[in-house]
Design a protein around this ligand. Structure first.
Ligand code: FAQ
Length: 336
């Protein structure tokens, strides 16, 4: 009997069974669940279960980290863009990603965590960011493919998040999606120009970039539903509205048609329209590669983290100066 009780406590600690709750706690939770069922937005100052708060801090901060780490592969090409127009567009896009990071860190902060804590988790390697940004950008065509496939996947994943049950996240995502939509179009446009007006070498460069980015783009949606640790609970709470596998399928269906328009081949011999399902079938994803990259062993993990830590360290004097200025202003205001 004692053993069973201890076992229950261990499982409670892991969140596998519920701790005994007071009548008041049960009533608060029932009221919260009823608000979720009614489709109401939960706001930062509303009561929420601790697990809901932690799930949001995890997802929103990982999303924010992805945006600012995602600036690095493209930032790599700002100085080498082929024309002034493409350079201006790329600069604007990379700045947008930085802005998305800021909206998202601000949304996470409403849940009672500080930006310093979140960034410390990123810099120490404790926090995740999207696997996709651990791949290198080898040619200019990679920039077009990131817009078309990576921003395309990001939009597919994020549009349902505009209806996320947590208000500050949902509202941040509405703005993010508007900009991502422009990013996706500029990527498609850059590739279309290379495919329709480019040399055979430029067309080959586009195909090579598509070959390298296709499978990692499909991995952006996360593990298969059967292995998604958080999927079911996040769906129950209205944080995630569509599952990892469903979103991946929607993305494959959309891009398979866009690839035909561009004149590129997606590197999957099993990709085929299945009239019975009303969807494209596609080949198996290399989940060992996905977990290797998520675990820190992708082609560029070390480089990406080092670049973020260096940017943080190099910016120390700016933060110190801003804090010193704010302290002086506060002293002046008190004295006045
Ligand atoms: N990479 O139980 P699930 C962008 C982790 S923004 C790394 O299914 P969940 C803009 C997951 O965190 C791209 N880790 O998890 C841009 C969890 O680990 P944990 C980012 C991944 O949260 C474009 C574990 O696996 N977008 O691209 C990945 O229910 C161009 C189990 O997974 C967002 O963050 C992955 N791909 O579903 C910027 C959108 N997938 O936390 C620059 C918001 C899963 O237990 C240039 N996030 N993991 O240690 C989401 O929708 C969800 O968090 C998912 C994962 C769908 C990513």
């Amino acid at each position: 009997m004692y053993t069973q009780a201890m076992d229950t406590m261990a499982r409670e600690a892991k969140g596998q069974v519920q701790a005994v709750k007071s009548a008041e706690e049960q009533a608060r939770e029932a009221a919260f669940e009823a608000r979720i069922d009614a489709g109401e937005f939960i706001e930062a100052k509303d009561w929420m279960p601790e697990h809901y708060r932690k799930t949001l801090v995890r997802q929103i901060s990982q999303h924010a980290h992805s945006e600012i780490v995602g600036m690095l592969p493209e930032g790599n090409w700002v100085t080498r863009a082929p024309t002034l127009k493409r350079k201006a567009i790329l600069l604007a896009k990379v700045q947008d990603e930085g802005g998305h990071g800021l909206y998202l860190y601000a949304a996470a902060e409403t849940l009672g965590v500080s930006r310093d804590e979140l960034l410390d988790a990123l810099h120490s390697g404790r926090a995740k960011y999207s696997s996709i940004f651990n791949y290198p950008t080898l040619t200019w065509a990679d920039i077009g493919v990131i817009g078309w496939l990576v921003d395309g996947a990001a939009i597919m994943n994020q549009v349902p998040l505009c209806r996320c049950s947590f208000g500050p996240y949902a509202r941040a995502i509405v703005r993010v999606c508007k900009e991502e939509s422009f990013h996706q179009r500029q990527g498609f446009d850059a590739l279309n120009v290379m495919m329709t007006q480019g040399t055979p070498e430029q067309r080959a460069m586009v195909q090579d970039a598509v070959d390298r980015w296709w499978w990692p783009s499909l991995m952006m949606f996360g593990p298969p539903d059967g292995e998604s640790v958080h999927g079911a609970q996040s769906a129950r709470w209205g944080i995630k509205r569509i599952s990892n596998d469903e979103l991946r399928q929607k993305f494959v269906d959309a891009t398979a048609e866009q690839a035909k328009v561009l004149g590129v081949t997606l590197p999957d011999p099993l990709l085929k329209w299945n009239a019975g399902r009303g969807h494209h079938d596609f080949g198996p994803i290399d989940w060992d590669e996905f977990w290797r990259v998520v675990g820190g062993h992708g082609p560029c993990n070390t480089e990406r983290l080092a670049a973020r830590v260096k940017a943080w360290d190099d910016g120390a004097w700016v933060r110190d100066a801003a804090l010193a200025y704010a302290a002086r202003q506060a002293t002046r205001e008190q004295a006045a």
